[in-house]
Design a binder for this molecule. Structure first.
Ligand SMILES: Cc1cc2nc3c(=O)[nH]c(=O)nc-3n(C[C@H](O)[C@H](O)[C@H](O)COP(=O)(O)OP(=O)(O)OC[C@H]3O[C@@H](n4cnc5c(N)ncnc54)[C@H](O)[C@@H]3O)c2cc1C
Length: 469
């Protein structure tokens, strides 16, 4: 959302929160078949001014129109909204940061529970914080980085902490500290009947919310995280090769796969093809060890240009990756997790050729591994893909509907190449509505156990979206 537009919404929302319940109480006014707002929750219907801005997510491609938007200011408000939805047989979608790539945080004709006002961060101990579900990554980092603390989250400033963590959460610090969900200690949630539950009473709920909770079991209203000592600085090295053929791009990707596997855990790297240009990014939050230098030397030799930034304070360096704030038209989905280049070698040239032929499309592979593979994390979370070293994504961006239609068709063609070639592990936070057996791809062997958690907390399937459990 542009800043001006955002401020307008905030003003409208705040004015409505104050004015509407007072007006309703004073007049004893109840809209037929419409819930009455109060200090805990404000309900909006299509004709209300803030409805349109509240219903929109970060992805402009997706347009949905819920019957009711429940803007909650307290946990009690969330419980009230759930009870109303249950009584009126309305399916519920949950919206925190609104960055779901396939629009699972909204629905048509149901209720959307909007948690953007529940965004506070509270310090519990020196290394422990409690965070509201609507807290964005920028808000989180702005609070914890001045105290030299970090949570291994994603890069984009506007992503909501609860969507990120309940799907796993990976980023520049994951190889050092694990996924975002690996730092989660406790969740409070309103379940599918409107009851408040806490994971202290049921460790299975915590296990399930660490990678399998996105809009499935209940509405997370508070998250408790353990923080880590933040590295002081971060340095970036960028490599670029223009006018690459598919064959040349394949060669560079292969070299990158071989070398990036040897990087220490304080490094992250990504290799991507955008048009005919291959870009490689390396970030480093510690010393340039022999392995890091070897990576730089080898990838410099394989690329046309290399540029290095001086080590910057971490807070400054992270801001470089905050990304665009205003909503845009795009499709971005997981294109598989891999252990090595071998899994994609037989068909990747075809993928790269299609990307070269399709302006607006990007294929990107990111390093995972490192602390993500920690055995204790594996035991305590349902994230199913820890044995992989690489996570890939396919992206497409456009301005006009004609460009969009063309890109979406191409996108499907490329995704089919991955599925035809048995790429079967996919990351839940980068969903694709076209995935067949999506739950199996996201949750692997943990799916049956997750279904049991769903039965406990949302037996009537009140919380639902296109790919919910
Ligand atoms: C530009 C961009 C950059 C991204 N970068 C990264 C990255 O670096 N690393 C990474 O891992 N991911 C990244 N993502 C993916 C991101 O993690 C997911 O889209 C995430 O689900 C967004 O969370 P949200 O709260 O903003 O979204 P929402 O759209 O509000 O919600 C997303 C999903 O989470 C569920 N959900 C939301 N809040 C709750 C809650 N309180 N309780 C239960 N379920 C809830 C919703 O039902 C929905 O299914 C990025 C996405 C975008 C668009």
């Amino acid at each position: 959302m542009e800043r001006k537009e955002f401020l307008k919404t905030a003003l409208l929302v705040n004015a409505a929160i104050i004015a509407k319940p007072l007006l309703a109480m004073a007049k004893g006014f109840v809209i037929a078949d419409f819930p009455l707002s109060n200090n805990n929750v404000t309900y909006y219907k299509k004709s209300d001014a803030p409805y349109d801005l509240l219903r929109k997510g970060f992805n402009k491609r997706i347009e949905k129109f819920p019957q009711i938007i429940a803007l909650c200011s307290t946990k009690e408000g969330v419980a009230q909204a759930v009870k109303y939805a249950v009584a009126n047989k309305l399916p519920i979608a949950i919206k925190s940061g609104g960055h779901c790539m396939e629009g699972f945080s909204s629905n048509n004709g149901g209720m959307v529970i909007n948690l953007s006002l529940l965004n506070k961060l509270e310090w519990v101990e020196d290394f422990v914080v409690k965070v509201g579900p609507g807290c964005t990554l920028a808000n989180l980092y702005n609070n914890i980085l001045p105290k030299q603390k970090i949570l291994p989250g994603g890069s984009c400033a506007g992503v909501g902490i609860s969507g990120l963590v309940t799907g796993g959460g990976y980023g520049l610090m994951s190889r050092l500290f694990g996924l975002t969900c690996d730092s989660l200690q406790e969740v409070t949630m309103i379940d599918g009947k409107g009851n408040s539950v806490n994971s202290k009473d049921n460790p299975e709920l915590l296990w399930a919310c660490k990678g399998g909770g996105s809009g499935n079991f209940g509405i997370v209203t508070e998250l408790k995280f353990k923080l880590h000592t933040a590295p002081k600085t971060m340095q970036s090295v960028r490599f670029k090769t223009k006018n690459a053929t598919a064959q040349k791009a394949k060669q560079i990707f292969k070299t990158w796969f071989e070398e990036s596997k040897l990087l220490p855990n304080h490094c992250f790297s990504a290799c991507l093809l955008n048009g005919k240009t291959v870009y490689i990014l390396l970030t480093n939050t510690s010393k340039t060890t022999a392995a890091v230098q070897r990576f730089i030397n080898t990838l410099s030799a394989a690329s046309q240009t290399t540029s290095k930034t001086a080590a910057q304070p971490l807070a400054t360096a992270l801001k470089t990756y905050y990304g665009r704030q205003a909503p845009m038209n795009f499709k971005n989905a997981s294109a598989g997790l891999y252990k090595s280049f071998n899994e994609i070698e037989p068909f990747i040239e075809e993928v790269l050729q299609k990307v070269i032929n399709t302006p607006g499309m990007i294929y990107q592979v990111n390093t995972v591994g490192g602390a993500v593979q920690n055995a204790e994390f594996e035991k305590t979370s349902c994230f199913a893909h820890r044995s992989y070293f690489y996570f890939s994504e396919l992206q497409a961006y456009w301005e006009t509907p004609t460009q969009g239609n063309k890109l979406m068709a191409r996108f499907e063609e490329v995704q089919q190449l991955f599925s035809k070639n048995n790429i079967t592990a996919q990351y839940r936070n980068y969903p694709d509505v076209n995935f067949k057996n999506s739950l199996q791809l996201y949750y692997g062997t943990n799916l049956e156990r997750l279904k049991a958690v769903k039965k406990t907390y949302d037996p009537n399937n009140v919380l639902q979206h296109e790919q919910s459990i």
